[in-house]
Write a protein that binds this ligand. Sequence first.
Ligand code: AP5
Length: 222
Amino acid sequence: MNIVLLGPPGAGKGTQAQRLGRALQLQHLSSGDVLRAERASGTELGRQVAAIMDAGALVPDPVIVEVMLARVLSLPEEFKGVLLDGFPRTLGQARSLDEALEKAGRKIDGVVLLKVPDEVIVERISGRLSCPQCGAIYHEKVQPPRVAGKCDRDGAALVHRPDDRPEVVRERLAAYHQQTAPLADYYRGRGVLAEVPGDQPIEKVEEQLLAIGQSIIKKASS
Ligand code: AP5
């Protein structure tokens, strides 16, 4: 089972993927989290991608494809499949993923596009707080932590991501519209795309995503 969550920066992919992954027993694989973990560990890859991420640009396809395919193809047994968040985000990445899955006798079973207007995204990202240790996502107003500034799960001090500055968000949105938005047509053409309005309360979005996720799983197993 391989499901992709598509959408602009700040659409709520991470928020929803954490919930959906648990509900559907899918391994949540976030390319952004993978790269941030590499940076936090000070690896060569982390050093290589730091400036690119902080500028709001996409890291080169060969780099991210290698990193993500290794994870997609080594699925731990306790999961029924993967829920991809942030990968693929160019046509080149989507084609590489299709080829690798086909070789492994797998395929993309469903893709869900979370649609959110740019102006909503800017407000959401400006209020986002993230846990640098476990990746939990909060919002100062919409989804505040129980204790101000501390992660509910592990008590770590919450941070604003360095790429959440308004000027970087503009770059990330431009990269999305130029390089990632065309993936909707790519997957629509393969008959696997569903769309959900992401500009609704978190629980409403979750309800709709869960129903779509369950129908993708049902279809794939029939
Ligand atoms: P990445 O971490 O993937 O960032 P992104 O795609 O820009 O997505 P975000 O994490 O910003 O947002 P999200 O959609 O997960 O929203 P969230 O749930 O946090 O990538 C970072 C960088 O890594 C890239 O810029 C690039 O450099 C590099 N990279 C990663 N993948 C790559 C790839 N494949 N190729 C090349 N480069 C790559 O929600 C946002 C906020 O809104 C939160 O505060 C949340 O609480 C709130 N919120 C969520 N849902 C709602 C709702 N329904 N209503 C109100 N508020 C909400």
